[in-house]
Structure formats: structure tokens, C-alpha cells
Design a protein around this ligand. Structure first.
Ligand code: AMP
Length: 227
């Protein structure tokens, strides 16, 4: 083929925001709506810890303390995942990048594959609400659907609305002390990326203090335009 059809490169969307802002929930909704693939470095790291890989062993204690795992580990994990075939559908990066070094590494990776960032969307929330949000959340151990004791309880207690699974999981790092460190890491190391992406002309901001469906619809509009 010599360019008779113009290939549009797969969309690359970034969700920025502190822990508890709803990145995972919203990424899953965008995945369903737009057929994109959610790439959560938190999920990839938790899988590495569970599998006992070398990277997982190095990351475990850091994650339990609510600090950021080193850039080299996270970048390597993300780089590997991006080469998998399903990423050709387009990706939503959830929890990556979290430092300027990671953002620059992502720029290089995308440049190498001829891709660009369609939008970096900041989910804007107030810190005070985050502890409540995080301490009440849990997920279905079977399909990964996210729930919350107050804001999104399953219709039937203990049963996943989506797949009927009955094994609900709470994250080890979703406790008050760790949340404080995670928020601190966000402000010190990740929040500067808002200006980074603004400077590149791809930043969008969404007020993420409202209800899940209203935020999803604001995000949906941005993604529909950005693709
Ligand atoms: P998350 O599931 O996104 O809340 O991430 C859980 C934990 O994994 C974080 O508190 C960090 O310890 C680690 N983590 C996830 N993504 C990154 C990243 N991009 N850079 C450094 N650490 C990360």
C-alpha cells in the first residue's frame, strides 16, 4: 500500500488527577464507549507485585508507602504494554505519566511510533474529598468494575452489577495514612504536568467534583472531539 488511504493513528488520551479523582472509573467508561484500551500503570504494577516479578518486588514497599515507583520501572512496564496488539485501538493512560521524566519518555515513545497525544484531561477535585472517596472504594475481583460504599454501591450487596461476581476487593494502599502520602506525591510530582500539557496545547480540564455520569458526559464530549 502506498498511502492510497490515510491511516489515522490510534488515539492517545491521558487522564490526570490525584488519587480518588475518578480516573479509573472514567477510563473504564471511556473504554466501553469509544472502544479504547485503558492502560493503568497502577493495575500493571499490582499485577507485577502479585506475579512476584523483579519489578513487582522492587515496587511493592514503595506502593504500600504511597510513594511513586521509580521512573525506570514504570516506563519499562508501560513501554512493554504499549507494544501489545490491542493498543492499536487507541489508549487511555490512567495514572501515567506521573512525573516530568515519564512525560518526556512518553513523548519519545510516541514520536518513535508516529503518534501524538490527542488530549491530556485533568480531573479537577478538592483534596478534602479524596480521603472519603478512596476509603470507600472497592472493585469486583472478577471483572474489575469499580464501586463505592456511598457513591456507587452495587444494586445487590456484594454482587457485581456487571458480571455477577461475588468477590469484592479493597486495595491495600487505600487507607488514610497512605492516601496522605499519595496526595503529597501528586502535588509535588504530578500536578506540574498540568502546565506541561497546557504548554503543548493539549490540556483540557474537567470539574470532577460532581456525579459520575455528569463527569462521564463532559469527558465523552472532549474525547469525541479529540479523536
Ligand atoms: P494507582 O492505581 O494509579 O493509584 O497507583 C497505585 C500506586 O502505584 C501509586 O501510589 C504508586 O505507588 C504506583 N504507581 C502507579 N502509577 C505510577 C506511575 N506512573 N509512576 C510511579 N508510580 C506509580
Amino acid at each position: 500500500m502506498d498511502g492510497a488511504t490515510t491511516m489515522t493513528s490510534p488515539a492517545v488520551l491521558i487522564l490526570l488527577g490525584p488519587p480518588g479523582a475518578g480516573k479509573g472509573t472514567q477510563a473504564r467508561m471511556l473504554e466501553d464507549k469509544f472502544g479504547l484500551v485503558q492502560l493503568s500503570t497502577g493495575d500493571l504494577l499490582r499485577a507485577a507485585v502479585a506475579a512476584g516479578t523483579e519489578a513487582g518486588k522492587r515496587a511493592k514497599a514503595v506502593m504500600e508507602a504511597g510513594d511513586l515507583v521509580s521512573d525506570d520501572i514504570v516506563i519499562a512496564i508501560l513501554r512493554d504494554r504499549l507494544t501489545e496488539a490491542d493498543c492499536a485501538k487507541g489508549v487511555i493512560l490512567d495514572g501515567f505519566p506521573r512525573t516530568t521524566v515519564q512525560a518526556e519518555a512518553l513523548d519519545t515513545l510516541l514520536e518513535e511510533s508516529g503518534q501524538k497525544i490527542n488530549a491530556a484531561i485533568s480531573l479537577d477535585v478538592e483534596d478534602a474529598a479524596m480521603v472519603t472517596r478512596i476509603s470507600g472504594r472497592f472493585t469486583c475481583g472478577n471483572c474489575g468494575e469499580g464501586y463505592h460504599d456511598t457513591f456507587k454501591a452495587p444494586a445487590k450487596d456484594g454482587v457485581c452489577d456487571k458480571c455477577g461476581g461475588t468477590e469484592m476487593k479493597r486495595r491495600a494502599d487505600d487507607n488514610a495514612e497512605t492516601v496522605a502520602s499519595r496526595l503529597e506525591a501528586y502535588h509535588a510530582q504530578t500536578a506540574p504536568l498540568i502546565a506541561y500539557y497546557d504548554g503543548k496545547g493539549v490540556l483540557q480540564r474537567v470539574d470532577a467534583m460532581g456525579d459520575i455520569d455528569a463527569i462521564a458526559s463532559a469527558l465523552g464530549e472532549i474525547v469525541a472531539k479529540a479523536q
